[in-house]
Design a protein around this ligand. Structure first.
Ligand code: NAD
Ligand code: TDX
Length: 342
């Protein structure tokens, strides 16, 4: 097959491309705009791979997308490209709506026109909103109730995918996964941010009371799930993906500090994120039962190897943190910033 991966220079997309090249004979075309989050170093060593091509471009550019689909005889799309950081969506919601929602619609239009065999929409558990502490996890039939501009833009895109399936007969599958962790995650997200700050003996900014809960899954387990859905998922269906692995942010940050041999005194409680979802948890019975998927990376081992990766690849994240990302960090965490310590 010829597969178009959008957003393949980001965290999950780059892991997915490595997974596909290692486990299948498929040819991969990676369409990525290289925003602040896109980094070709995530794909180092693949430049001359005979089954891989990188195209720098915007999913909102219909003319370019159409050309790539035709020239490369694309059979299927796996759509990762997005603005993905909730905190940034508080500052600039417009670009989230434009990239995540309109960008997805542009892709869907061209996928329909070119009669692609399959379109996989990488959605997120955040579309379901927030869970109360004792509630059962989200299932595929839970109502969509997004709370941040990021989550709303993903929910809108997710529903537009459904509409293209129902109205135009496009073969679409939608995945909704919980929080990912692993190598190549941009150091603005919780786990890599905390590892990097701890290694530099800087404060670890925990929002609110630190008791918000996330369900963590290793990125490789997510990639295997997406690939199974692409090959075996039923057309028009939604598949939840999650590790059944709930951690409060505070407990997780303490775990990271213990792994790194750093003191808990580095933890600094800062003002809460506006609209902060209290808890996410996923019921993944459907993908387990129908497609035989299950997570293979135990959390203790996954976290240990992720910490080891950030230790071994210090230059990767130091380069990011010394560049334009510094302005973001100062805006959000510095004096007068949203998360300045109260
Ligand atoms: P990321 O921010 O690391 O990567 C996003 C990639 O998309 C970057 O390479 C960026 O350059 C590219 N991109 C952005 N706008 C683009 C555009 N207009 N055209 C082409 N490329 C563009 O994100 P990630 O964490 O790898 O997430 C990937 C996808 O998975 C997203 O759709 C996200 O919503 C979803 N998701 C993420 C998680 C998670 O925990 N990270 C969980 C569930 C779902
Ligand atoms: O500095 C921080 N301090 C802190 O307490 C940061 C960056 C985060 N947090 C908290 C907020 C969340 O409760 O940690 C939790 C995780 O935060 P993020 O890493 O920003 O992830 P989250 O908001 O849960 O969203 C993620 O999971 C779903 C991804 O970024 C999304 O792309 C995905 O869809």
């Amino acid at each position: 097959m010829n597969i178009l991966v959008t957003g393949g220079a980001g965290f999950i997309g780059s892991n997915h491309i490595r997974h596909l090249l290692a486990t299948t004979g498929d040819r991969i075309v990676n369409l990525d705009l290289l925003t602040y989050a896109g980094n070709l170093e995530n794909l180092a060593g693949l430049e001359d791979h005979p089954r891989y091509r990188f195209v720098r471009g915007d999913i909102r550019d219909g003319e370019l997308v159409g050309r790539v689909l035709a020239e490369e005889r694309i059979d299927a799309v796996v759509h990762f490209a997005a603005e993905s950081h909730v905190d940034r969506s508080l500052e600039a919601p417009g670009v989230f709506l434009d990239t995540n929602t309109r960008g997805t619609q542009v892709l869907l239009d061209l996928a329909s026109r070119h009669r692609l065999a399959r379109f996989v929409m990488v959605s997120t558990d955040e579309v379901y909103g927030s869970l109360a502490p004792e509630s059962p996890g989200f299932s595929e039939s839970s109502p969509l109730a997004p709370n941040s501009p990021y989550a709303a833009s993903k929910a809108a895109a997710d529903l537009v995918c459904r509409a293209y399936h129902r109205t135009f007969g496009l073969d679409v599958c939608i995945t909704r996964c919980s929080n990912n962790y692993g190598p190549f995650q941009f150091p603005e997200k919780l786990i890599p941010l905390m590892i990097a700050n701890a290694l530099e003996d800087r404060p670890l900014p925990v929002y609110g009371d630190g008791l918000n809960v996330r369900d963590w899954l290793h990125v490789e387990d997510h990639c295997r799930a997406i690939d199974l859905v692409m090959r075996k998922g039923r057309s028009g269906e939604v598949y939840n993906i999650g590790g059944g692995n709930e951690w409060s942010n505070l407990a997780l940050v303490k775990l990271l500090l213990a792994e790194l041999g750093k003191p808990e005194s580095l933890i600094e409680f800062v003002p809460d994120r506006p609209g902060h979802d209290r808890r996410y948890a996923i019921v993944a019975d459907k993908i387990r039962g129908e497609l035989g998927w299950r997570p293979l990376r135990p959390f203790a081992e996954g976290i240990r190897s992720t910490v080891a990766w950030y230790l071994a690849n210090r230059s990767w994240w130091e380069k990011i943190r010394s560049g334009a990302y510094r302005d973001y960090y100062a805006r959000f965490y510095g004096p007068g910033g949203r998360y300045e310590r109260g």
